[in-house]
Design a protein around this ligand. Structure first.
Ligand SMILES: NC(=O)c1ccc[n+]([C@@H]2O[C@H](COP(=O)([O-])OP(=O)(O)OC[C@H]3O[C@@H](n4cnc5c(N)ncnc54)[C@H](OP(=O)(O)O)[C@@H]3O)[C@@H](O)[C@H]2O)c1
Length: 390
């Protein structure tokens, strides 16, 4: 199978390449797109010999040309480079960019008829209805990489949609589970980046600490599995062993379990409908002894509720919330706002959107990008007003 990877130098991108490396007879990596990590990208290009690589900007592209001068590899850059990788002849495209930057290339890959292994959840959050329409029109497969959605995808396999009562997403609760409001107000960047179970990129790690990640996943699930928000629930499960569950109309609940390792859902998305014999530690339930569950604390972690509020509001609200969250997470990581400022900024921009009228329809990609732009401007204004050194 020929694979193109958007975001190859990231956490999901690297783990995807690790799976490819373990099964060289099955996977040929034909195109890679990254941002500015040229050392990592050069090593990947030398190891996998793709026909095309793309980097974030022109300066990085000319540096890359010098580095790879001895190899017959085409170098591209910027939005055009991402799109070139997305539509390069391949059988499956791994969408592992982070944030809104992944939307255009993922849509381009779908329109070019590629099956998609989707990690870049912001794509579904911003434009779920649009993406779903294109997926159906092109008849391509949309295979979730997010561990929770992979679990649901696996639990739904062979089931009739009308027999499904509820999707139940598990959440680890992040590094701040059980923290008091006073302690949360002083949470440091290092503490927020220290996830108990998963080793991920910085944006999703902060999203896990605020529970915004679970909110984004609720929105992602709403579109991926075409379910109303009222039938998508969340339960906190600190061990991250049960990756998510599906409840059926007869009360049966099917779950997918495994040790927390992203290579498993990545392998499911790469190999579907087959499975890869991964050489990884196995789950030993008796050694584990117990699995715990509790309701999410939406008072101390309001971002989860914001996601439901956005889903209930209108089509544009999730794109607005997503953009506000990208700005607030970046501001927190730059030390401009304290941890509770992330939820405060997100709420302020979302509520301003809900209060304005006539901006709720998403007919096409331009509408999505306009909602995104509007929210980023509002978020920057909030930062200018309320931000400062955290
Ligand atoms: N990590 C996980 O375990 C995990 C689990 C479930 C879902 N996800 C989702 O998967 C997506 C990727 O997450 P991640 O943790 O792998 O993120 P990450 O480690 O931050 O990697 C992001 C990738 O995107 C590239 N990139 C960022 N901005 C770019 C731009 N403007 N142009 C070109 N490339 C750009 C980065 O390139 P450079 O580094 O070269 O700049 C990097 O390759 C996210 O949507 C996340 O929510 C991740």
């Amino acid at each position: 199978m020929r694979l193109a990877i958007l975001g190859s130098t990231g956490s999901v991108g690297e783990q995807t390449l690790a799976v490819c490396e373990a099964f060289p007879e099955r996977y040929a990596v034909v195109a890679l797109a990254a941002g500015r990590n040229l050392d990592k990208l050069e090593a990947q290009a030398r190891r996998f010999r793709p026909a095309l690589v793309s980097v974030a900007d022109e300066a990085s592209a000319s540096a890359m040309k010098g580095r790879l001068a001895d190899l017959p590899i085409e170098i591209a850059f910027g939005d055009e480079g991402l799109e070139a990788v997305a539509v390069h002849p391949a059988d499956r495209v791994v969408a592992a960019l982070v944030g809104a930057v992944g939307l255009r290339p993922t849509l381009a890959a779908i329109r070019a008829g590629r099956d998609i292994a989707l990690a870049n959840k912001e794509v579904m959050v911003m434009a779920g209805a649009l993406v779903l329409r294109e997926v159906r029109a092109q008849g391509v497969a949309l295979l979730p990489v997010d561990s929770e959605h992979s679990a649901i995808f696996q639990a739904l396999s062979g089931q009739r949609p009308e027999d499904v009562a509820r999707l139940i997403l598990t959440a680890s609760g992040g590094p701040f589970r059980g923290w008091s409001e006073a302690r949360l107000a002083r949470a440091s960047i290092a503490e927020a980046l220290d996830h108990p179970n998963w080793d991920m990129g910085p944006k999703i790690t902060i999203d896990s600490a605020t529970l915004m990640n679970k909110g984004l996943e609720v929105i992602e699930a709403r579109w991926l599995f075409d379910r109303g928000p009222e039938s998508v629930d969340v339960v906190v499960h600190p061990q991250s062993i049960v990756h998510s569950l599906v409840e059926f109309v007869d009360g049966s609940v099917l779950a997918q379990l495994g040790l927390p390792d992203m290579k498993v859902p990545i392998a499911v998305a790469l190999a579907h409908p087959e499975r890869l014999p991964l050489d990884l530690p196995r789950l030993d339930l008796a050694a584990l002894g117990r699995l715990d569950f509790e309701p999410p604390d939406v008072k101390r972690f309001p971002c989860l509720d914001l996601a439901y509020q956005a889903l209930r509001a209108d089509e544009a609200a999730p794109a607005v919330l997503n953009a506000a969250n990208e700005v607030s997470v970046a501001a927190f990581l730059e030390g401009r706002i304290p941890f509770p400022g992330i939820a405060a900024l997100n709420r302020s921009v979302l509520e301003a959107h809900i209060a304005r009228s006539g901006a709720g329809r998403l007919g096409n990609l331009d509408d999505v990008m306009e909602a995104d732009r509007w929210a980023r401007e509002g978020a920057e204004r909030w930062l200018a007003r309320e931000g400062g050194d955290a």
